[in-house]
Ligand binder design. Structure first.
Ligand code: GUN
Ligand code: FE
Length: 431
């Protein structure tokens, strides 16, 4: 597009989306209309009122809503694929904290975050919820790079003041709260990248710090993201640290940072008790299901179908660097594959996830945290990715549905022809 801010146009191609998790809506050789950054509808024939809009004809390519990564650690991208032979707490102490300390240096952070942002932009992800580190300057640098790239994101300066190496602890809860408030005010000028409060997890946040963050949450009406019930040893540790709580989720709830008035994403929920599940459902907490991470750190397999059946909000997360890949295609494939192993090995009452369910989780499921995002229903923010699968050769003539299924397992960044976020063209390799 000549004018990158042009927000009224039409994309033509095979349009695919999942308004509900049980089936695909597919319009072959159809039109999806963007008006002022929002979706005006999907059509088999273009209504006359839109005929004057510029139309990008993507031919036989597939047009999907943008994919949403509900949980990723930007500073960990530097060691993705390394050190996958430990469980959570040992992995944090051996690999993760050592890397995150380096973001004290703005030079190191700038270099690392440029690589992360460039790769994220080339991926099919249009929106992400991102952890930084405790360092304000580095986190602001990450936010500015994302803003420049056109991505929509929530980014958190991480908070931690206990049970962590000295160089990765905030001085004390007071200093942490002060720095966090300063950071919140410093990112007010950003348009597409927003702050999200990020207590790392209960073991690394003191009661006083949680109390202070809860105050900031109420004052600035910010969402929060954290980790929950990922690993059995971690859950036991939280029990010891917080003997007066009824479950891990209750340790967040105690500070009113577990849904309700406080939009919340909790990563993992592999081992959530029934009580914790009930709280998440009642309070509208979003679960970021991270199947690759849960496999790599031998955490387990979350009962995603149970969460969906209960009406809990669920999306997918890459959780780099416990997950090795930023690809949300990879996350979809692994969500299905892990659900099959869980069904076979531990619980025949929960059927494996289907292709449309995985697609829903990666689009509308996670997109709901951002409001109306992740679908081509009328009024949704216009996030789209165009995929060219012609290079994935087959002697068969495939249906569009078969082509979607195949892409979950086979799509690579090089198959992405174009990407639009909220109507903004991020790139298009053909127009
Ligand atoms: N729990 C606390 N910190 C982390 C982290 O960085 N990654 C994962 N997977 N779990 C965590
Ligand atoms: Fe994580």
């Amino acid at each position: 597009m000549e004018n990158k801010d042009r927000k009224n146009y039409v994309l033509k191609g095979n349009v695919c989306y999942t308004p509900t998790r049980d089936k695909f809506c597919i319009v072959e050789n159809g039109y999806v209309v963007c008006k002022e950054g929002r979706c005006a509808g999907v059509y088999e024939t273009l209504p006359q009122e839109y005929e004057s809009l510029p139309c990008m004809d993507y031919g036989d390519r597939l047009i999907f809503p943008g994919l949403v990564d509900l949980h990723v650690h930007a500073p960990q991208y530097a060691f993705r694929g390394i050190g996958m032979d430990l469980e959570l707490i040992d992995w944090l102490n051996t690999h993760t904290f050592a890397e995150e300390q380096k973001y004290q240096s703005l030079d190191y952070a700038k270099n690392a975050y440029e690589i992360f942002c460039e790769d994220l932009v080339q991926s099919a992800t249009t929106r992400a919820c991102i952890f930084g580190t405790i360092h304000t300057e580095a986190t602001l640098c990450l936010m500015e790079l994302l803003e420049q790239s056109g991505m929509s994101a929530y980014v958190g300066k991480v908070n931690m003041d206990r049970n962590s190496p000295e160089d990765l602890c905030e001085a004390d809860w007071k200093q942490a709260a002060e720095d966090t408030e300063k950071w919140i005010l410093q990112c007010e000028t950003l348009e597409h990248v927003k702050p999200i409060l990020t207590p790392r997890f209960i073991p690394s946040c003191s009661d006083a710090l949680m109390e202070a963050l809860s105050k900031l949450q109420k004052q600035y009406h910010l969402p929060i993201q954290s980790h929950l019930s990922e690993n059995l040893g971690e859950i036991q540790w939280v029990k010891e640290l917080c003997p007066d709580t009824s479950c891990y989720g209750d340790a967040y709830q105690k500070y009113e940072m577990f849904g309700g008035e406080c939009p919340t994403i909790m990563a993992h929920c592999v081992h959530s008790t029934e009580e914790e599940q009930r709280m998440m459902k009642e309070q509208g907490v979003f679960i970021a299901h991270c199947p690759e991470s849960n496999t790599n750190l031998s955490s387990g397999i979350a009962p995603v179908r149970r969460y969906l059946e209960q009406g809990i909000s669920v999306g997918l997360g890459s959780d780099v660097a416990a997950g090795t890949s930023l690809s949300m295609f990879r996350a979809m494939a692994m969500a299905i594959q892990c659900s099959k192993l869980r069904w076979r090995l531990t619980d025949q009452s929960l059927a494996p996830l289907t292709v449309s369910e995985a697609f829903y989780l990666a689009t509308k499921g996670g997109g709901a945290f951002f409001g109306k995002a992740g679908s081509f229903e009328k009024g949704y923010e216009f996030d789209a990715v165009v995929l060219d699968d012609a290079e994935i050769r087959s002697p068969r003539r495939l249906t569009v549905k078969e082509r979607i299924e195949r892409l979950l397992y086979l799509a690579e960044d090089r198959h992405i022809t174009a990407k639009y976020i909220c109507g903004r063209e991020i790139f298009s390799k053909v127009f």
